[in-house]
Design a protein around this ligand. Structure first.
Ligand code: ZN
Length: 149
């Protein structure tokens, strides 16, 4: 009896990774203007992908605001500059900017924000960059996102 249950438990545990690709990730931003991930790979079997940004620092959004913004690498710089011009009231993003594939809210220390986007917006082989659009942050706070196998 016990052996039968144990075997069933082992089999179901082993089956889990194959059944569900990991379609979400958590990224942290801190008071030193850093993300804790330099690269995110989105499994192409995911229909949707969720990114949760956690601000693990203590500084307020006005001083050390962070968001997570995804664009193609080619569009990143212009999107960040337009975001700076859009100002704090717009979360440092140009409203309805169609270059932005996904973005979280701009948050301060102790807060978190999630965004879920359709993976079919991503193209294999395209280079994507995620960054924080707070003024002065995007030069350092950025990483690479790609569509994986
Ligand atoms: Zn930031």
């Amino acid at each position: 009896m016990f052996a039968k249950f144990a075997l069933a438990a082992i089999l179901s545990a082993a089956a889990l990774p194959a059944m569900a690709a990991n379609c979400e990730t958590v990224i942290e931003g801190n008071d030193a203007m850093q993300f804790n991930l330099k690269e995110i790979t989105v499994d192409k079997s995911c229909e949707k992908y969720t990114v949760t940004l956690k601000h693990v620092g203590k500084l307020p959004v006005s001083a050390m605001g962070h968001n997570w913004v995804l664009t193609t690498t080619d569009n990143m710089e212009a999107t960040a500059k337009d975001g700076m011009a859009a100002g704090a009231a717009n979360g440092y993003l140009k409203p309805n900017d169609d270059r932005v594939i996904a973005h979280t809210d701009m948050i301060g220390g102790g807060e978190e924000s999630s965004v879920t986007f359709d993976v079919n917006k991503l193209t294999a082989g395209e280079n994507y960059t995620y960054f924080c659009s707070f003024p002065g942050h995007w030069a350092i706070m950025k990483g690479t996102l790609k569509l994986g196998s």
